[in-house]
Design a protein around this ligand. Sequence first.
Ligand SMILES: NC(=O)c1ccc[n+]([C@@H]2O[C@H](COP(=O)([O-])OP(=O)(O)OC[C@H]3O[C@@H](n4cnc5c(N)ncnc54)[C@H](OP(=O)(O)O)[C@@H]3O)[C@@H](O)[C@H]2O)c1
Length: 190
Amino acid sequence: MFPLSTRTSLRTRHDPEALAPILAAPDLKLALIAAVASNGVIGRANALPWHLSDDLKRFRSLTTGHATIMGRKTWESLGRALPRRQNIVVTRQNGYVADGAIVAASFDDALQRVALPPPTFCIGGAELFAVALPRADLMYLTEIDLRVSGDTFFPAFDRGDWRESAREARRAPPPDAFEYAFVTYRCRSC
Ligand SMILES: NC(=O)c1ccc[n+]([C@@H]2O[C@H](COP(=O)([O-])OP(=O)(O)OC[C@H]3O[C@@H](n4cnc5c(N)ncnc54)[C@H](OP(=O)(O)O)[C@@H]3O)[C@@H](O)[C@H]2O)c1
C-alpha cells in the first residue's frame, strides 16, 4: 500500500522528488483518460481541437490525488504542473527539466516513480497512450460525436478486449451543441 496521504501529495507541486523513492504497488491500477473525436482525433497542433469545460472538470475530478503520466509534448501543451496531482513527464531527452514534475526516461520508469494511490493515469498524448494501452486496466474516454481535423489520434484498440461499464450521454452547450459521452471501459482480462 501507499504510505503517502493525499495531503502529502500537495508537495508534488513544489518538490516532486520528495515523493521518491520508488514505492512499488502490487495492486497498481493503470487508467487511460482521453477525449476522442469520432474519427479518433485527440489533438491538433499540440492542443485540444475543442473546448469542453465539463470534460475538463471530469478530468480534474478523476485525476486529483493521483499520479498523472504524460508525454513531453502533452506536458508542454499544458504549460504548468497539474495541481494536487503527481506529474510525471516521459522524455528521451537527457537533462530535460520540467518545473513541478518528475522526469522519467520511459513509461516503465514513470510507473516506478508513482507515489500516490491508484489508479495511476496516463493522460496522453498519442505516443504515451500507445505505450500504456496494453498495460491499462481502465479507460475513461470522453467520446465526442464529431469528426474533426487533427494530427494526433487515439491508438486503435480491440473493443472485444474491453467491457463498457458506464456511459453518460451529454450535449455541449450552444452554439456547438454536439453530443458526447463519458464512457468507462474495463479491461476484460484484468
Ligand atoms: N484529447 C485528449 O484527451 C488528449 C490528451 C493528451 C494530449 N492530447 C493531444 O495530443 C497531442 C500530443 O500527443 P503526441 O503523441 O504528439 O505527444 P506526447 O505523447 O504527449 O509526447 C510525445 C513525446 O513523449 C516522449 N515519449 C513518448 N514515448 C516515449 C517513450 N516510450 N519513452 C520515452 N519518451 C517517450 C517523447 O519526448 P521527447 O521528444 O522529449 O523525447 C515524445 O516526443 C497534443 O495535440 C495534445 O493536445 C490530447
